[in-house]
Design a protein around this ligand. Sequence first.
Ligand SMILES: [Zn+2]
Length: 50
Amino acid sequence: MAPQKRSRLYHAVCRECSVERVFDSADAADAFVTRHVEETEHTALAERVD
Ligand SMILES: [Zn+2]
């Protein structure tokens, strides 16, 4: 049986401007969102995509 090797991507997107970026780890996506929110006071979020 082959191990499941499913890449997990995390899509960080801002609801208030056009910033969006894809990361391969939740930590990286969260860090990006946190920084963007701190810098701009925008509402941004990270969501996992398959
Ligand atoms: Zn923004």
